[in-house]
Design a protein around this ligand. Structure first.
Ligand code: ADP
Length: 873
């Protein structure tokens, strides 16, 4: 271990290192030595590998030799980011005093531990999503769950009944780090950690054994929930905050905005549905194919984060949904207002994160400049929306009482900072000339010092008659007089030689030294005054951080609403009606993502009309590629959009409140996971049946494909019946089992199909949903489209005709192709006719058992050969 190796070393610096490492054993220690961060021992070995650094060693050849690797301090953020991405924590150990002004060893201390869940630097964050640190409090009374984004100061807390439901929430928000602790016995905690690690990712989840309560005081907004639930939620929040504080020992970490969630307030979207619907991530990995991308026209990073949060947690409260829609509507109607607002918002910087960087002491002068620019733009935006005469409009825009724009702070920053402050404090030139009298004076002192030097140079040149004599400065040597080699003879005896260089000699003399010291002193005082002024600004910003957070939240909400209005106008969306009725009616609904990528005007809109008390389950048949999945998904997406408070891609939409969106897609998608697809499918189906309520929206796409035809059909059938009869929820059920269309005997189940037309054996998809079952499966036509050789196609058509003939024959002339099961029995295929030979019956059975859709051409050919053999042999 690095600890023992370093502890053995004697030098005071290495002793400091050993102590710091002992305090933070599980973090990579970045140890500041001058202009570098050095890593020693195991940390050095790890970093050399993870960051492609050269591994050297300190005290080479001596008994206390130790591996070493380093990075320049100004480039450290990039390296830290790479370590975080690989799941490491980094402890930053700084020099706590200016080495130039310190006698003996410089004091050092760990000022920050950066973990994936507590990062605050821009380089370590995604601007458009929250960086959540999650904490779970496992107790006998349930699971407390909290999410803390240190970078924005937002803290959410709530409680859920079980680890499994907590996992559902975590899958939704995708935290960067998860802490697990609580009052359950150690074994139970260990088990929870193991299951979370398996479901999320091993590096993400850490046990956090420390007790949660203690010094963390949280002023919680009023809670309606029972005491116990509040307590465990609070304990989880305290755990997250305490962890973040431990990571920031030298600054004050305080949540800026506490939000108590009632998880029952939000429309639940189970993780499978979230993935299937491609809300924030697409199956292909292309972010442009997500719903978020389709609607996120926000101007600010904060607005974008809010949009994402709203999308993943739509509401169940009709009044709040309508309030959000009202605001969007104002921006739809008042286009000029929207455009002017968005122009201002474009200039609004990431106030939340800037404010946090100030609080953790990470803010650079450039950050302060950005904060100023953001505040100035915020002021303009607020003025724009408050200077409206119509009180009703102001009510909707939430500007009856406009948010505090911190005018004094804005003013101070505007007066204080130069237009483009530097990225490093060291560079100086941060403040405007007339901001501070003392600084001004020190500044002119420095400048006059420089002038005096120029004057001295001229004087010396004249005195010794060397016109090329120079008075110069370098960091290492300070001020000196340089004389070219050819003139050295003329230099007076009294000048002291400092250094010989290739071109000549460097000298000094008392007058120069005195002046140099005066300049140095002035510069030092100048820097000190700058630091003082910066600290005062930081103090003022921190004091206003609560108000800043409130302002930022309001700006994000306007940004979200005006972006949704922009999208609504650009892509012709309509305001949905959301009410307590039992319907889900969509006229001319479109898929918001597919329509964007379809050729202009080529997307075919469709209607959906589900009613809990009436036709609650639509069974949708149609050939592959006809558009069944698209219809299913668009219905769920429109529901989600409506309940998040957005306009929707349709001509009209009325959504009777939905409490949960559940979905399950056909087998093939899960093949990559390596589990038995059928098992996965059945488990997910079981989850749906267990969690759906009458108010849920369920979309099922081709369930039952993961197993043999008969099993699959039987299961799909039973699931549809159960949903329609027992759960009674609104359901769209796409299937390729034609037999299921017989279910429409149930008054709550209605057949629909996505039409296609076969023209001369070619299939033309119309993508139009029509009442009634599909009349053909077009499997052969789709196979042709996919390029199967014509010989195979011809033979397949022949076989198809034979099968269909047999099916009708065998089940009697009066029975249609889609029979109804009698007495609840599935008599899918009657046994072959009596006249058939045993071999023929065997072949017929095998062919009936096939799932042609899932066969490769080669498999089909091989099978044909085999069957032929069976008949002739
Ligand atoms: P299925 O589920 O029936 O196999 P999909 O829903 O996957 O079919 O649709 C197949 C393709 O057809 C989609 O990728 C899309 O490009 C196109 N499509 C689907 N629905 C429509 C529509 N309503 N209008 C235009 N194109 C559509």
């Amino acid at each position: 271990m690095a600890v023992s190796k370093t502890a053995a070393s004697k030098t005071p610096v290495m002793q400091q290192h050993a102590e710091a490492k002992l305090a933070y054993p599980d973090a990579v220690l970045f140890f500041r030595l001058g202009d570098f961060y050095e890593m020693f021992g195991d940390d050095a070995v790890l970093c050399a590998q993870a960051l492609d650094l050269t591994l050297t060693s300190r005290n080479k050849g001596k008994p206390d030799e130790i591996p070493m690797a380093g990075v320049p301090y100004h480039a450290a953020h990039g390296y830290v980011g790479r370590l975080l991405a690989q799941g490491h924590k980094v402890a930053i150990c700084e020099q706590m005093a200016d080495p130039k002004l310190t006698k003996g060893i410089v004091p050092r201390a760990v000022v920050r531990v950066i973990t994936p869940g507590t990062a605050t630097h821009d380089d370590h964050l995604e601007a458009r999503s929250n960086n959540w640190l999650a904490a779970l409090e496992l107790t006998g009374a349930g699971v407390g769950l909290s999410l803390f984004d240190l970078s924005t100061g937002e803290l959410g807390l709530g409680s859920v009944p079980s680890v499994a439901s907590a996992l559902g929430e975590l899958a939704r928000v995708r935290p960067r780090e998860v802490l697990v602790g609580g009052s359950l016995p150690e074994a139970a905690l260990g088990e929870a950690v193991a299951s979370l690690r398996q479901a999320l990712s091993p590096a993400l989840v850490s046990p956090d054994p420390a007790l949660a309560e203690g010094d963390v005081e949280l002023a919680l907004p009023d809670a309606a929930a029972s005491r116990a639930h509040l307590d465990i939620a609070r304990a989880a929040a305290a755990r997250a905050v305490r962890f973040a504080r431990a990571c920031n020992p030298t600054s004050s970490v305080t949540p800026q905005r506490l939000v108590r969630w009632e998880l029952s307030d939000t429309l639940a979207i189970d993780p499978t549905a979230q993935a299937h619907l491609e809300l924030v991530a697409s199956a292909s990995g292309d972010a442009r194919l997500t719903l978020l991308h389709a609607i996120d026209a926000t101007c600010t990073a904060g607005g974008s984060r809010l949009m994402r949060r709203r999308l993943l947690a739509p509401l169940k409260d009709i009044a709040t949904i309508r309030r959000r829609l009202d605001m969007v509507e104002v921006f739809v109607i008042h286009s000029a207002l929207r455009e002017r607002l968005r122009r201002e918002l474009d200039k609004v910087t990431d106030l939340e994160r800037l404010c946090t960087r100030v609080a953790v002491g990470e803010a650079t002068p450039r950050d302060l400049g950005k904060l100023r620019d953001g505040l100035v733009a915020a002021q303009a935006a607020v003025a724009l929306l408050s200077d409206i005469d119509d009180p009703a409009l102001r009510e909707t825009l939430e500007t009856r009482e406009p948010p505090d724009t911190l005018p004094e702070l804005t003013d101070t920053l505007a007066r204080a900072l130069v237009e483009h402050p530097p990225a490093q404090t060291k560079e100086g030139a941060i403040f405007q000339p007339d901001y501070d009298a003392a600084l001004n004076e020190l500044c002119s002192l420095c400048e006059s010092g420089a002038t005096h030097m120029t004057e001295l140079e001229a004087k010396l040149r004249a005195q010794v008659d060397i016109p090329t004599l120079k008075v110069r400065f370098t960091r290492v040597f300070g001020w000196y007089i340089e004389v070219g080699r050819s003139h050295v003879r003329r230099v007076p005896e009294s000048w002291r030689r400092k250094q010989t260089v290739a071109t000549g000699e460097r000298y000094t003399l008392p007058e120069l030294e005195e002046l140099a010291e005066r300049i140095e002193h002035a510069e030092e005082r100048h820097r000190a005054r700058e630091r003082e002024l910066l600290a005062a600004l930081v103090e003022r910003i921190s004091a206003g951080s609560n108000r800043l957070a409130a302002l930022a939240a309001q700006l994000s909400s306007w940004d979200c609403a005006s972006a949704l209005a922009e999208v609504a106008l650009r892509y012709d969306y309509v305001r949905p009606e959301v009410d307590a009725s039992d319907v889900l009616q969509i006229e001319d609904g479109r898929h918001p993502v597919v329509e964007r990528w379809a050729a202009a005007g080529r997307f075919v809109p469709n209607d959906v009309d589900l009613t809990i008390e009436g036709a609650r389950l639509w069974l949708i048949t149609g050939p592959n590629m006809a558009g069944k999945s698209t219809l299913l998904r668009q219905t769920a997406l429109i529901t989600i959009l409506a309940q998040m408070g957005s306009y929707v891609p349709a001509r009209r939409a009325r959504i009777g409140l939905v409490d949960r969106v559940l979905s399950r897609v056909g087998a093939s998608d899960n093949l990559a996971r390596g589990e038995s697809t059928f098992m996965v499918e059945m488990r997910e189906t079981a989850e749906i049946l267990a969690s759906a309520s009458e108010r849920s929206l369920v979309i099922l796409d081709e369930i039952g494909r993961g197993t043999s035809t008969f099993d699959g059909l039987a299961i799909a059938w039973a699931v549809a019946e159960h949903l329609a009869r027992s759960v009674r929820c609104r359901t769209l059920f796409a299937t390729h089992y034609h037999e299921m269309t017989a279910l429409d005997a149930d008054p709550h189940i209605v057949n629909h199909s996505v039409s296609a037309r076969e023209i001369d054996g070619d299939i033309v998809f119309l993508h139009r949903l029509v009442r009634g079952p599909a009349n053909q499966s077009y499997g052969v036509a789709v196979a042709k489209l996919a390029g199967l050789p014509s010989s195979v196609l011809g033979r397949a058509s022949e076989l198809l005709a034979t099968f269909e003939g047999e099916k009708i024959e065998s089940s009697g002339p009066k029975r249609s192709r889609t029979r109804r099961p009698s007495d609840g029995q599935l008599s899918l295929f009657a046994p072959g006719g009596d006249g058939a030979s045993a071999a023929q019956r065997g072949v017929t059975e095998r062919i009936r058992g096939l799932d042609v859709d899932r066969m490769s051409p080669l498999e089909a050919l091989r099978l044909l050969a085999e069957l032929k053999g069976q008949l002739s042999g």
